[in-house]
Design a protein around this ligand. Structure first.
Ligand SMILES: [Fe+2]
Ligand SMILES: [Fe+2]
Length: 211
């Protein structure tokens, strides 16, 4: 019995392929230089001076960037509130070291909130510090822990949420907005440290990691 015939795969004709190659080669070279000359840069900087840091080469969607950063700001503010509450309310044997850690994290989250608010301002937005709707704008939750271990767990979960959220945002901003991306990358490094600190505390106080 003869082997079954192989299916016929349609390919472009050699003539069609050559024609495409020719047209690609004939395509005029792009006139966009890699670097913009100084004169053009200076002229552009003078135009639209009211746009501040959002210059001609900004490739992001400014409105979307501001909306995203408002949510990041809310996330940081909720973290300030949660750590501050924990720093005050934590009780129990050997809670002093944990309280100090919570307090330091609250201060660092506050710094993050300020950085993000500054960036929103640079992009032409008004940072939203309104307490109304803060919890729903935030990616992380305020929580309701009532003992030291629960507090550490809540903070660890919140930090892990922040780390995942910021990694995605860093990918989103990419080359569209390197300034925002760099700011978020700096914050991300601190959030990773925070998550690690909470994990260490959990191991120290509970004897085993939760996650
Ligand atoms: Fe933070
Ligand atoms: Fe954090």
């Amino acid at each position: 019995m003869p082997p079954p015939a192989l299916p016929t795969i349609r390919t472009d004709s050699a003539r069609g392929w050559r024609a495409r190659q020719r047209s690609m080669m004939e395509k005029p070279e792009t006139k966009q230089p890699f670097l913009t000359d100084i004169k053009t840069l200076r002229e552009r900087a003078r135009q639209n001076i009211g746009d501040g840091g959002v210059t001609f080469t900004y490739e992001g969607d400014v409105k979307k960037a501001i909306d995203i950063l408002q949510s990041v700001l809310a996330t940081e503010l909720v973290c300030v509130l949660r750590y501050t509450m924990h720093a005050v309310a934590a009780t129990g044997i050997s809670s002093e070291g944990v309280k100090a850690e919570f307090k330091q994290h609250a201060q660092e989250e506050h710094q993050h909130a300020l950085q993000v608010a500054e960036r929103i301002n640079q992009l032409g937005g008004t940072p939203n510090f309104n307490p109304e709707g803060l919890a729903t704008r935030s990616a992380s939750e305020y929580g309701h822990a009532d003992n030291l271990i629960e507090m550490i767990k809540e903070n660890l979960i919140a930090e892990r949420i922040a780390v995942d959220h910021y990694r995605e945002l860093i990918r989103y901003f990419g080359d569209r907005d390197p300034g925002t991306r760099l700011m978020l990358s700096g914050i991300l490094v601190v959030e990773e440290e925070h998550a690690n600190d909470m994990h260490d505390l959990l191991v120290a106080h509970q004897g085993k990691p939760m996650l």
